[in-house]
Structures are given as structure tokens and as C-alpha cells.
Design a protein around this ligand. Structure first.
Ligand code: BTN
Length: 245
């Protein structure tokens, strides 16, 4: 059943979203949202696609999802926070998705900075891109996939594959946007405290590339800017890490 249509999205979403563009197929919803923002799209404007031909991931990766399988959405934000705090918005998106999944009785956690995991497998990713005063926050949630390309088959999952239950994409999109709206328009100082309880990286040993090579240490904390603080005292501002057993 395809529960994601322009009309169903408009009906389900909170008043926070001023306008929705639903695209059966596009290159990247982040790119469309960026272009829309340049034309003046208001805070909260939302782009949703059924299929992306050039989905973008973090660290110059691609984001692949079969048509109709996922929530693929980008929201235009015009945040009032300082430019240096805007990186917190992707953490807020991860928290929003975890809260939404909790309502759907799916226990999720966040691998720093903003991969959402079920068990040790990635179910969703966030890509935040900024231009001028605008931040476009893109979220990809695997909902219906039963299998994945070989390269990610051992590390990815979907809501349906992991739980063995059926999920509509609309409740996931609705819950995500509802929780995101509260976090984005709430006090910025509350984003990191709301993030910490979901962050499964904390208290685990991690391997992270620090430029000079890989470093292994215990993940000890998240600082107010959203950076990962290691037990040895190093602060990791961005990047990709492996959570060790
Ligand atoms: C990651 O690498 O973990 C981030 C993935 C972000 C993918 C989403 S899908 C919707 C939006 N449009 C894009 O091109 N990317 C993001």
C-alpha cells in the first residue's frame, strides 16, 4: 500500500509545516529543498520524494533506496540560533526520529553523530547542508526494505526487516516532523541534553579516524556543541566512527 501522497502528507502534518512538495521521483530532496530555499521557501517547508536518483549521504556518500521503500524528506530551516550551533540540528533530527520510533514501539538509538540504529544496524541517516542563513535537513529512513545491496547488507536494516512488522511511511514522517518541530523551535540549549539519553555511543569503545590515523578510546560524553568527548580528553567535532564491542 502506498500511503505517501501529496494529499495524505498535507493532511497528516502539523501546522508547523507551511508548504509541502511531494515528488514521485527526483535527484535529491536536499537539492530540491536548497533550490526552493533560495527562492524563499519558509521555515518548515518540506520536500518528500518516493524515489531519489541521486540521493546524497554524509561524507560525500550516496544514499540508495528503492522506490516506495523509505521516508526520504528534507526540511528547510531558517533557525534563529548562532551559525556555530546549527550542527545541532542534525542531532535534533536524530532525537526526533528516536522519539517517533519509540511511539511506534521500535527501540532505536543514535550512533554519534546522527546515524539512527536498530540494534547495531543503521535504519536512518541525516544530512544537514547550510547556505547563508538556511539549513536544509535531509532524513532518509529505511522502512520497507527486506534486503540491501551487498556493500551494506551487514550493516543496514529497515523497520520492517528488523521488527518483522509492517509499517506505513506516513506515521514515520508525521512523527519525525512533529518531534523535530518542537526541538528546532525550542531552546537550543535543550538539544544536547535531549540527545544524550538516545546516544548509544556513550560508554562504548569507539574507533575514529582523527586524521593522523585511527584512534581507539572510550566515548565519554557529548559537549554543548554536540562534539564527542573521548575519555582520553580528545574532542571529535565531525566524522565517522565504529562502535566496538
Ligand atoms: C547519511 O549518510 O547517513 C545521511 C543520509 C541522508 C539521506 C537523506 S534521504 C533524503 C535527503 N535527500 C538526500 O539527498 N539525502 C537526504
Amino acid at each position: 500500500m502506498n500511503d505517501l501522497t501529496a494529499e495524505s502528507i498535507r493532511r497528516a502534518l502539523p501546522g508547523w509545516v507551511p508548504e509541502v512538495r511531494f515528488l514521485p521521483e527526483t535527484g535529491s530532496t536536499n537539492r530540491v529543498a536548497m533550490e526552493w530555499a533560495a527562492e524563499g521557501a519558509a521555515h518548515g517547508s518540506l520536500v518528500v520524494a518516493d524515489y531519489q536518483t541521486a540521493g546524497r549521504g554524509r561524507l560525500e556518500r550516496t544514499w540508495l533506496a528503492p522506490a516506495g521503500s523509505s521516508v526520504l524528506a528534507s526540511v528547510v530551516l531558517r533557525p534563529s540560533m548562532e551559525p556555530g550551533q546549527r550542527g545541532l540540528l542534525a542531532l535534533a533530527a536524530a532525537v526526533a526520529l528516536c522519539r517517533c520510533l519509540e511511539e511506534l514501539e521500535v527501540p532505536a538509538s543514535v550512533k554519534w553523530p546522527n546515524d539512527v540504529l536498530l540494534g547495531d544496524r543503521k535504519v536512518a541517516g541525516m544530512l544537514s547542508e547550510a547556505a547563508g542563513g538556511v539549513v536544509v535537513l535531509g532524513v532518509g529512513v529505511n522502512v520497507k526494505q527486506q534486503e540491501f545491496p551487498e556493500e551494506i547488507a551487514a550493516t543496514a536494516t529497515s523497520l520492517e526487516q528488523f521488527t518483522g512488522r509492517r509499517f506505513g511511511r506516513l506515521p514515520v514522517l508525521e512523527g519525525l516532523v512533529r518531534h523535530l518541530a518542537r526541538l528546532v523551535d525550542g531552546p537550543v540549549e535543550q538539544i544536547v541534553p535531549s540527545y544524550r539519553p538516545w546516544c548509544g555511543t556513550l560508554g562504548r569503545r569507539v574507533r575514529v579516524d582523527v586524521g593522523s590515523g585511527p584512534l581507539e578510546d572510550l566515548a565519554a560524553g557529548i559537549d554543548p556543541a554536540g562534539a564527542l568527548v573521548l575519555a582520553g580528553g580528545r574532542t571529535i567535532l565531525a566524522g565517522d566512527l565504529v562502535q566496538l564491542r
